[in-house]
Design a protein around this ligand. Structure first.
Ligand SMILES: Cc1cc2nc3c(=O)[nH]c(=O)nc-3n(C[C@H](O)[C@H](O)[C@H](O)COP(=O)(O)OP(=O)(O)OC[C@H]3O[C@@H](n4cnc5c(N)ncnc54)[C@H](O)[C@@H]3O)c2cc1C
Ligand code: SF4
Ligand code: SF4
Length: 414
């Protein structure tokens, strides 16, 4: 598929890896009018680069964990995939500042900091608010624990975290990537075709992901508050508490807080991107370790001190988890099981069970679908009531035919 086909087919999530592979002189990420990061081929892409893009793009290929990465004591749950039971836990960053500023319990930030402090990696590639335009999110490379903390908490809008991965690898320094499950999947596939990525990307850490919103969702918030983007000093989606407010601050000193439920209570208003609606792996099966929210029922009842549900999947992830706990970077509160994860993430359970039928619906409508491997989606669909699969398939087919699973082509304006 060429870049336009991936984008108009509703398969692009805007990770930016195609720009990194082809180079910004050939592929340029742009922000679309809907508020999505999308690639545009500004000059023809050589066949070899296009083949690599097709081999790694999370719009065309979605794979679960590599069997060779998994330890002997791994268990594979039909919904949650592979995880080592001894790591399934409620945990939080031991440092109270990290715990407070992190999205939930600050586990990912604490792990990024631990990896730098221990010297296991020299760089952490992740995402932060753009300093000059805090509504927007930027890829960032942190070299110090302080910089990792600066980028703590969730950025729910578009974030092309991999757009300069090649530039980061060119430093020749070992790194960890903290990013969404689709980003981590892309990094894993890159490691299969790029020796530098294989040698240097030592860890892929992720979050459970309900979907990335269009930037339009954030603009709606500004409209509601009567704030212009150029007047913003701060736009923080969450963190500074668990979940913490969505906080908007202006340069002239105005401050607004929205609760998590005011921001996300109505699922119909999430404005999540088309690729997310058919995501076969929103729970990070290709990652070494996953850090998620752990509110029973999937929504916060109020604020708490900050906790994450954590699971490590690979040998590398288990080793990291155990060393970080032993070093005092993470505090484990209690052990949990896969069925606790169901309770914390009912929307992930629903989606994992529905995805196979949604992809079949797209296919029936004549749309391209990604290649999906080692994610058990067909097996899960077999376990559904027949009516559920039919409903999901027909719904997706109808949405596809109405153009709601595709997107307009992205346009580059110099
Ligand atoms: C789009 C999105 C959807 C989410 N949906 C769910 C959900 O359905 N269920 C759930 O349990 N949790 C969800 N989360 C994750 C949740 O908000 C917490 O981030 C997660 O529990 C990890 O918490 P933490 O305290 O360990 O993270 P922190 O310690 O705060 O670390 C978060 C890390 O993630 C990186 N990051 C933040 N946003 C992005 C982004 N957009 N792309 C790449 N990297 C990013 C940051 O740079 C930081 O390193 C979502 C997060 C995002 C960004
Ligand atoms: S998902 Fe990533 S690699 Fe694929 S087209 Fe979009 S930006 Fe490029
Ligand atoms: S739902 Fe899937 S495609 Fe969408 S941002 Fe999350 S991991 Fe990526």
């Amino acid at each position: 598929m060429d870049m336009d086909e991936i984008v108009t087919g509703g398969l692009c999530i805007g990770c930016g890896l195609c720009q990194s592979i082809a180079g910004p002189e050939r592929v340029r990420m742009v922000t679309t009018p809907e508020g999505r990061e999308r690639p545009v081929a500004v000059t023809p892409i050589p066949d070899e680069a296009l083949a690599t893009i097709n081999a790694v793009c999370p719009g065309t290929q979605i794979e679960g964990a590599s069997p060779e990465a998994l330890p002997d004591d791994v268990e594979t749950d039909p919904i949650w995939g592979p995880a080592v039971p001894s790591t399934l836990s409620i945990a939080h960053a031991s440092d109270p500042v990290v715990r407070y500023r992190g999205a939930a319990g600050g586990v990912l930030t604490a792990l990024g900091q631990y990896l730098l402090r221990s010297g296991e990696v020299e760089l952490v590639l992740h995402v932060k608010a753009s300093p000059g335009a805090p509504l927007r999110s930027l890829a960032t490379v942190s070299e110090t624990p302080e910089a990792v903390l600066e980028a703590a908490a969730s950025r729910y809008g578009p974030a092309a975290v991999l757009e300069d991965l090649g530039g980061v690898l060119a430093h020749g320094r070992p790194l960890a990537v903290i990013a969404k499950p689709c980003d981590i999947g892309a990094v894993r596939r890159l490691a299969e075709v790029d020796a530098r990525a294989k040698a240097l990307i030592r860890y892929g850490l992720t979050l459970a992901c309900g979907g990335a919103s269009d930037l339009g969702k954030s603009f709606e918030v500004l409209d509601r508050l009567g704030v212009r983007e150029q007047d913003l000093r701060l736009f923080r989606y969450r963190g500074h508490g668990n979940p913490g407010p969505t906080r908007v601050e202006t340069k002239d000193g105005r401050r607004f807080d929205l609760t998590y439920l005011e921001m996300w209570g109505d699922e119909a208003g999430w404005r999540i991107q088309p690729r997310c609606k058919i995501c076969p792996d929103a729970i990070g099966e290709a990652a070494d370790l996953v850090s998620a929210d752990c509110w029973p029922g999937g929504a916060p009842q109020g604020e708490d001190e900050g906790f994450n549900a954590v699971l490590a999947r690979t040998r590398v992830g288990v080793g990291l988890f155990e060393r970080a706990v032993a070093a005092g970077a993470l505090t484990v509160v209690r052990a949990i099981g896969f069925r606790d994860m169901d309770l914390f993430q009912p929307h992930q359970v629903r989606k994992k069970r529905a995805v196979w039928a949604r992809l079949e619906g797209m296919r029936a409508a004549g749309m391209a679908v990604p290649r999906v491997e080692r994610l058990r989606i067909a097996e899960l669909a077999v376990g559904n009531d027949k009516g559920v699969n039919e409903e999901e398939m027909l719904g997706a087919q109808k949405r596809a035919r109405a153009g709601r699973l595709g997107e307009p082509p992205a346009v580059f304006n110099e």
